[in-house]
Each structure stands twice: as structure tokens, then as C-alpha cells.
Design a protein. Structure first.
Ligand SMILES: *Cc1c(COP(=O)(O)O)cnc(C)c1O
Length: 332
């Protein structure tokens, strides 16, 4: 499905496991829940950006770039995985880290992902939370060019059609794992943000002839904003693949009701979700993304959107290093 003509660097530990969450399913008394372990993609503590970066870094190197440049929040997982991938490929890395979360606990801008960014040798540029990432990125790229470097700029989350190819690959894996274990997947649920994870999954499933619903749970923005972006990325990804499928706007399903007070800010439901998964499954979620997405899934089970007898796959998109920047919120 992914043509060999598209440049790709291979470092993901794939296929990632698809595991039953037996105790959590029993506790909730609804559908059979499974987890696709994309927190275990392998590169420097893993996460969903690693799949995207297989294609992004290959495109960067094919273009002759010597520096990977991207942006995110202070505790950005995408930035950490980009820094790691740059180190592995002998590239430089410069990151714009936006102080876009109202948290000033000791260590928030030193531990977790930030500590790892530094360990991989990335250069960090902290900016205020009210700056516009695309503008900051262009300014930094210009600065790098003036210093004689050759930047490859990725938007927040690495969400371009090139990045989405990583999740076309994930959809292919899931379909194969389902058929290998005679499992009919009735729905897929995951955390959505910059959109390429959801777009890649939707396109990959469609190309393989599957209509499995994909429910994205927002970590930040309202549902209509993300749905529009995912839909646009679907079109661009289909073009890149040279595929002939169509994803309709109505097929893009994003729920915006689990964000709480804002991106990166704790909710009680997030805490409950993290707690349940830790105690029942020894499965670690993170407070910014997967904790809120799992809170959404738990709510969808409790309110009857998913029922007993159905099989629902939660794609664990990673983020666990961020746990350590939220010690104040999570310690019992
Ligand atoms: C980036 C990220 C997401 C969102 O994925 P997108 O492709 O940006 O929509 C979800 N979970 C985690 C842990 C992330 O780091």
C-alpha cells in the first residue's frame, strides 16, 4: 500500500503489539477493549510521531537538509521524538518550545521531554505562548539559513501528508493483526491534535476497503477545527499515495468535550483514566493526550456508545515521558 518510491528511513519497532485490556473491560462492563501499543514504537521512549518521522526524516535527507526544525509546547512529544531521530541520523535539531500551558511547577520546563530534548543535543528556543508557531518556525529557519545551515521545517506534530503516511502504515498493521487473530474491530479511538494520526488511519483503512469508524478525541481544539484539518490532510495523503478512495467530511469524527479547561491542563476524568489503567492494566497513560482520550473512551462506554460484544481498539499514541512533568497532579 505504501509505494517503495516514497523515501522512508526505518527505525520504528513495528508491528507494535495489539493487546487485550481484559481487566479494564471487565471493570467497565461494556465492550472488549484492546490497546494498540504505539507508545512502544521504539525511538527514545516511543509515541506516534516516530511513525511519521520515518517518512519526514527521509524527505528531509532527500532534500539535502542538515537540520530538523519543528515546534511544540514545552513538553512536546513530537519535539522530543524529532530530536531523537535527528541524533540517530547525524542531523542537527532546533526546536521552538512555546510556553502555551499555564503551569509553572518546578521542573515543568526542565524534566520529562525537555530533559530528553537536551540529551539528544537539540537546541531549544523557548517562546511565549501567544506567539504563532508557523511564524516562529519561519523566523528560525531563516536564521539557520543565514548561519549557513539547511533547515527542514516540520509544522506542529509533523502533520503533513508525508507524516500521515506513518499512520497509513499503522492502519495496515491493525488490519493484518485483526485478521490474524480473527478479531473484528468495530471502532478505533485515539487522541487527536494536529491531525495526521487520524488522517493516516482513515486513509489507510479506506484503501484496504475497511469502513471501521475512527473516533478522535481532542487534546486541545474544538472538534470542528480538527475535523476540517483532518479532512484536508486526508485529501493530501490520498493524492500523495496516488490512491482513488474518497474520505467524506462526515466520516471524520472528532469529540471536543474531554479537553477540560485547556490543552495540558488536568481534568478529574483524566486522573481517573490514568489511575484505572495503571492499577488494572499496569498501562501508563499521559496527562496531556492519552489520559484525556482514555477518559473519553471510558465515558463513551459508560454512556452506551460502545456496547458489550463490540471490539474497540484504543491507539496509545505515547506521551508517557510527560508524566514526570505532572508529578504534582498525579502523585496519590
Ligand atoms: C502528538 C500527539 C497526539 C496527537 O496526534 P496528531 O497526529 O498530532 O493528531 C496524540 N497523543 C500524543 C501522545 C501525542 O504526542
Amino acid at each position: 500500500m505504501l509505494p517503495d518510491t516514497i523515501p522512508r528511513s526505518r527505525f520504528c519497532h513495528t508491528p507494535t503489539p495489539l493487546e487485550p485490556m481484559t481487566a479494564l473491560s471487565r471493570h467497565l462492563g461494556g465492550p472488549n477493549l484492546f490497546v494498540k501499543r504505539d507508545d512502544c514504537t521504539g525511538m527514545a521512549l516511543g509515541g506516534n510521531k516516530t511513525r511519521k518521522l520515518e517518512f519526514l526524516v527521509a524527505e528531509a535527507m532527500a532534500s539535502g537538509a542538515d537540520t530538523l526544525v519543528t515546534a511544540g509546547g514545552v513538553q512536546s512529544n513530537h519535539c522530543r521524538q524529532t530530536a531523537a531521530v535527528a541524533a540517530r541520523h547525524g542531523l542537527r535539531c532546533e526546536l521552538v518550545l512555546s510556553r502555551n500551558v499555564a503551569r509553572n511547577t518546578p521542573g515543568y520546563d526542565r524534566t520529562g521531554n525537555v530533559l530528553l530534548d537536551r540529551m539528544f543535543g537539540a537546541e531549544l528556543h523557548f517562546v511565549s505562548g501567544d506567539t504563532i508557531p508557523a511564524i516562529e518556525l519561519e523566523r528560525l529557519a531563516e536564521d539557520i539559513r543565514e548561519r549557513g545551515g539547511r533547515p527542514y521545517v516540520m509544522p506542529i506534530g509533523g502533520s503533513t501528508a508525508t507524516g500521515a503516511l506513518g499512520y497509513v502504515g499503522c492502519a495496515e498493521e491493525l488490519v493484518r493483526q485483526g485478521s490474524d487473530s480473527s478479531l473484528t474491530v468495530d471502532a478505533i479511538v485515539h487522541c487527536t491534535g494536529s491531525g495526521a494520526t487520524q488522517a493516516g488511519l482513515l486513509v489507510g483503512l479506506a484503501v484496504l476497503g475497511h469502513q471501521t469508524p475512527v473516533v478522535g478525541i481532542s487534546s486541545a481544539e474544538p472538534s470542528d477545527v480538527i475535523e476540517a484539518r483532518v479532512h484536508e490532510l486526508c485529501g493530501e495523503t490520498i493524492t500523495k499515495l496516488g490512491a482513488s478512495v474518497v474520505i467524506k467530511r462526515e466520516q471524520v469524527d472528532v469529540l471536543g468535550g474531554y479537553v477540560g479547561p485547556g490543552y495540558g491542563l488536568p481534568t478529574e476524568a483524566m486522573r481517573e483514566a490514568i489511575d484505572l489503567c495503571a492499577r488494572l492494566e499496569a498501562l501508563l497513560l499521559d496527562p496531556v493526550y492519552t489520559g484525556k482520550a482514555m477518559a473519553g473512551l471510558i465515558d463513551l462506554v459508560r454512556t452506551g456508545r460502545f456496547r458489550a460484544g463490540q471490539n474497540v481498539v484504543f491507539v496509545h499514541t505515547g506521551g508517557v515521558p510527560g508524566l514526570f512533568a505532572y508529578e504534582d497532579v498525579l502523585s496519590p
